[in-house]
Design a binder for this molecule. Structure first.
Ligand SMILES: [Zn+2]
Length: 694
């Protein structure tokens, strides 16, 4: 029974030689890419959130596997951070301690050093340049490709009392002049702009007239030519090293392969920088990949059973399936909205705003969505189609649980995914080298799907980080059984070869399975398949089991799909299997099992909690709900998302503290001076009213 220890036949993911996916690639062939800002992804949590889940690290190319920190507000074992930096963290952002490398990075940059920061989504990257900008005289210039999100980022900073502004094409001439004047007058702490604006001679002249405290280059992987988000404009940023050599630069990204790291260091001329590489583990995310079997029903059961009433994102490959799935969810009473590049911009923006501003909306989207969404309380990310690469999967799933509370990354995956993705690559454009790299990406993704080992171990290994089995993924929680499938594989390959040689026929999986099972159908009758030696040789397995076998053999390149009709043919590794030189181990797809919330919170590595309010009962629960109602109302009045008022975790902190004095509110994690002044009285009133009603 302890067969799970068998090595899986699929090769380990190719780490070094895997340049990421296409450059400016549309979500499905034939679809055009959206405007730049819309297709980008970012990974900073909302300002004011020190981030969660980031582990610790060492500098220059080295990563250590320290246990990751817990949720926001919990202390972390890395104490760095000058007293002045800690004062700002507490007074402005409302937190008592830095997590992971934050303190060390802030000290280094505030002291005038350059830094390259690789930190996962939710790790708290933005604080690494926001606090040095407040510590150093002058204005911190933040270079970001996410024009569409700058207004939100600035609003969030202003809600903390930070003087921030942005310069981009959404401003009219007068507005832009006012921002420029404020910069020159030294009235800004932070100024956001896109790279294409920064490299203009006019902008550089402006910067020389004012006082720049630092340059923060966000989404720095965009400078990497083979990266999945390459932006030509980023290449121009190397001039900062020449023209402003005395001003510290900090480059940040959540994309983590070593190739990208090296390339961005070179292209941004960060040769003197100190490197901070965090653990890319997101311990609060539970990874689960289930065999696809009526995917939509599986999705609805998953949401209804585990995440009812919670916010989530469902990714689909095509626009058509986005629309269909959104409708199907809505019909089941799960509030869902579609988002894809085929919708008009106003509808997209409206749906995005509802997702951000309302609680419990499920966004059904193509990969065009995600991009810089700062929503911290996304409780699940579901994939109904296979992502093209592990980088893509990691980024998309990373949008769950940015608040550090428990979240689920769920995917349904089946034979059709393998066939479709292989076909997309084979029929796609691009050089042979490009196709090879896409195949390597897909193979690594398939290996993750078919692994019998811990998914997190495999995911992190892809990013060059070794770890121990996590206890919070499906293969850890419910280890799949493996079996020796060499003979089954030989039977299947023999069937393909006999059909081809003796009948000149090639078929898709359905007909091949019928031959293996010896099941009559008109096509078999017409071609006298029952006379073949392979007729019925596979009757020991069910049709469903054969589908599982074919999917795994295809993922392992022992079987391949060919031609317009995706007929099955022996794959590159078939010969070794047929000769018996290669032993095949496959996994049994486990029966659908559901990890309950409670068991997840108990088993969640790294201190993930089940959900912000899960542990609250009775009067505490009532107070939490009252605070949530107040937050919804306040957010609506201010026209900002509720989490920009306070996060769920902060509301729980208020419930636990039950403050009766303004001063006591200051001890709650996530409440800085500005918010205490702004919301303090209202919070005390809600708390007092709840106490009176008990
Ligand atoms: Zn695991």
């Amino acid at each position: 029974m302890d067969e799970a220890a068998h090595p899986h036949p699929t090769p380990a993911p190719p780490f070094e030689q895997a340049p990421p996916t296409a450059v400016g690639e549309p979500e499905v062939p034939g679809e055009s890419v959206m405007s730049d800002a819309d297709t980008m992804s970012t990974d900073d949590p909302a300002p004011g959130d020190p981030g969660a889940g980031a582990g610790e690290s060492a500098g220059a190319w080295v990563t250590v596997d320290d246990p990751p920190g817990g949720g926001p507000g919990e202390s972390d074992s890395a104490p760095a951070g000058s007293p002045e930096a800690l004062r700002i963290l507490s007074e402005v952002f409302g937190y008592d301690s830095f997590r992971g490398d934050q303190g060390a990075i802030i000290d280094h940059v505030a002291g005038g050093g350059d830094a390259v920061v690789l930190m996962p989504t939710g790790g708290g990257k933005s604080l690494c340049y926001q606090i040095p900008s407040l510590l150093r005289p002058g204005t911190g210039i933040v270079v970001s490709p996410l024009i569409a999100l700058m207004a939100d980022q600035v609003a969030a900073l202003e809600s903390l009392g930070i003087r921030a502004a942005f310069l981009n094409s959404s401003l009219d001439v007068d507005e832009a002049r006012a921002v420029e004047a404020a910069f020159e007058a030294g009235e800004l702490d932070l100024l956001y702009m896109a790279p294409e604006r920064l490299v203009l001679e006019r902008t550089r002249a402006l910067l020389r007239r004012g006082h720049v405290s630092l340059f923060a280059i966000d989404e720095a992987h965009c400078v990497s030519q083979w990266g999945h988000d390459f932006r030509r404009d980023y290449l121009g940023l190397s001039l900062l090293a020449e023209e402003f050599p005395q001003i510290p630069r900090i480059a940040l990204t959540a994309t983590a392969t070593r190739a990208t790291h090296e390339e961005l260091t070179e292209r941004l001329r960060m040769g003197r920088a100190r490197h901070f590489v965090s653990s890319f583990d997101r311990p609060n995310i539970q990874y689960r990949i289930v065999p696809k079997d009526q995917a939509r029903k599986q999705l609805m059961d998953f949401i209804a059973g585990e995440h009812s009433g919670e916010a989530g994102i469902v990714y689909c490959l095509s626009r058509k399936s986005v629309d269909a799935v959104a409708q199907a969810l809505d019909a089941r009473g799960i509030p869902a909205l579609p988002y894809h590049a085929g919708m008009d911009a106003a509808d997209r923006a409206a749906n995005q705003a509802r997702f951000l501003h309302e609680d419990g909306i499920v966004m059904v989207a193509t990969i065009a969505f995600g991009m810089g969404i700062d929503k911290p309380d996304v409780r699940f990310v579901a994939h109904l189609d296979l992502p093209k690469s592990i980088e893509g999967y990691y980024q998309e799933t990373g949008r769950a649980g940015r608040d550090g509370l428990a979240a689920t990354a769920w995917m349904a995956y089946g034979l059709g995914d393998v066939v479709n993705q292989r076909r997309l690559i084979d029929s796609g454009e691009g050089s042979a080298e490009f196709q090879r790299s896409q195949r390597a990406h897909l193979d690594a993704m398939l290996a993750l799907c078919e692994t019998v080992d811990c998914r997190r171990v495999q995911l992190l290994r892809y990013f060059g980080q070794e770890s121990e089995p996590c206890g919070n993924c499906d293969t850890c929680l419910n280890p799949p059984r493996t079996w020796e499938a060499t003979i089954a594989a030989q039977k299947l390959l023999s069937a393909l070869i006999r059909l081809d040689r003796e009948r000149g026929q090639q078929f898709g999986s359905g007909q091949v399975i019928d031959v293996l099972l010896g099941r009559d159908n008109p096509r078999s009758a017409q071609s006298r398949h029952e006379e073949l030696s392979v007729w019925g040789v596979g009757a020991e397995l069910s049709e469903k089991q054969w589908r599982t076998v074919i999917r795994q053999l295809m993922a392992a390149d022992i079987v391949a799909a060919a031609g317009e009709y995706n007929v099955l043919v022996p794959g590159p590794r078939a010969t070794g299997v047929l000769r018996g030189e290669e032993i095949v181990h496959l996994r049994d797809d486990p029966e659908p099992a559901r990890a309950s919330r409670r068991s997840r919170s108990a088993s969640g590595a790294g201190g993930a909690r089940a959900s912000a309010a899960d542990g609250l009962e009775g009067a505490d629960r009532e107070l939490f709900e009252a605070l949530r109602d107040w937050r919804t109302e306040t957010a609506r009045e201010k026209k900002i998302p509720p989490y920009m008022v306070f996060s769920d975790a902060t509301l729980v902190g208020i419930v636990e503290a039950r403050p009766t004095l303004i001063g006591a509110l200051g001890t709650v994690s996530g409440v800085g001076l500005k918010k205490r002044a702004e919301y303090g009285e209202a919070i005390l009133t809600v708390v007092a009213e709840a106490a009176a009603g008990e």
